[in-house]
Structure formats: structure tokens, C-alpha cells
Write a protein of this length. Structure first.
Length: 182
């Protein structure tokens, strides 16, 4: 019971999201889950490579003083756009096959969903950590609240230590201001 008392609202949100992803994976095809795995990883790569360019363009248009904020916004928007484009493409190319029988395809879909779900949680945690380190006047209280939740999180160290191979796969694609370790 003590462990449950130490859980942050962030932990509950991330666990619920991961459980929903795994549950969905148990109901859909292997191909769709492979596509989602690819989508999560390609979105991380694309966001990491493109956010500095997009932020530079935005700072030219709206002012250099907002450069760190433009980097954060660019990273999140690019990640979401790439992930959504791949997900929609997979959903249209490979419609879901929900069957009444439970078999290998369901188990494999669940396993793949658990993997890409964990990668997705790492990406979300990275975005939150990016938000916390971004200087943003007027957001200090919110940033401190999120920082306390990340620091008190029971799930974040699990993602970094227990799922180290997945964490290490995402580390090269973290934005520059976000350290590779919690």
C-alpha cells in the first residue's frame, strides 16, 4: 500500500494510457502494431532532427526571444504530426481485425503494443521534461509542479532502468536540452 501512496497523478495517467494501448493491441492485428511501433520511433527521430529547423523559422517570424519555447512547441508538434500521419496510414492500409477467438495474433499484438506503448511513454516523459527545462515566463508554477511529479514518479525510473534497452533506443533522439538520464 505504501507504493500506491507514493504514486503521482502522472504515474496513474501514464499507466492507464499504457494499459489502454496494450488492451487495444490485444484486439488488433500484428501488422498494425508493427506500424505503430515504427510510428513512435520514426516520430521521435523526425522530431529530433526537424525541431531546431522549425524553431529557427518560427523565431525569425515571431522573434528570437522565444527561441526555447519555439523549440519545445516545434518538437511536440512535429512528433504529433509524424506519429499521426503514420498511424492514420497504417489504420487505412491495414484495417483492424477484431475476432471472437483469442490466439497468437492477439498475444503478438499485445506484446508489440506493450513495446511501442513503453516507447510512447518515454516520448511523453521526454516532452514533459523538455517543458520543464524550457525557460518560459509565466509558466514557472506549472513547470515546478510537473518537475515535482517527474521527480516523485515511480514509473519514470522503471522506464529508464528496467526498460533500459527501450530508453537507450530513444536517448539519441531526445531534444538537446533534455538530459539522457532522469
Amino acid at each position: 500500500m505504501e507504493v500506491l501512496q507514493r504514486l503521482q497523478p502522472l504515474d496513474f495517467l501514464l499507466v492507464a494510457l499504457w494499459a489502454a494501448i496494450v488492451g487495444w493491441g490485444l484486439q488488433t492485428s500484428i501488422v498494425r502494431q508493427l506500424g505503430m511501433l515504427l510510428g513512435v520511433y520514426v516520430a521521435a527521430i523526425g522530431a529530433a532532427l526537424l525541431y531546431p529547423i522549425a524553431a529557427s523559422v518560427l523565431s525569425l517570424a515571431f522573434g528570437k526571444e522565444g527561441q526555447p519555447r519555439w523549440e519545445l512547441i516545434s518538437y511536440v508538434v512535429i512528433y504529433v504530426l509524424i506519429f499521426a500521419a503514420i498511424a492514420i496510414g497504417i489504420w487505412r492500409a491495414y484495417p483492424s481485425h477484431i475476432s471472437r477467438s483469442f490466439g497468437f495474433e492477439n498475444i503478438a499484438g499485445g506484446v508489440l503494443a506493450a513495446i511501442w506503448g513503453a516507447l510512447f511513454l518515454i516520448a511523453l516523459l521526454t516532452m514533459l521534461r523538455f517543458y520543464v527545462v524550457t525557460p518560459w515566463k509565466g509558466q514557472e508554477t506549472s513547470q515546478q509542479s510537473i518537475l515535482r511529479q517527474i521527480q516523485g514518479s515511480q514509473l519514470a525510473p522503471v522506464l529508464e532502468i528496467v526498460l533500459s534497452p527501450l530508453w537507450q533506443a530513444m536517448t539519441p533522439w531526445f531534444p538537446a536540452p533534455v538530459p539522457s538520464r532522469l
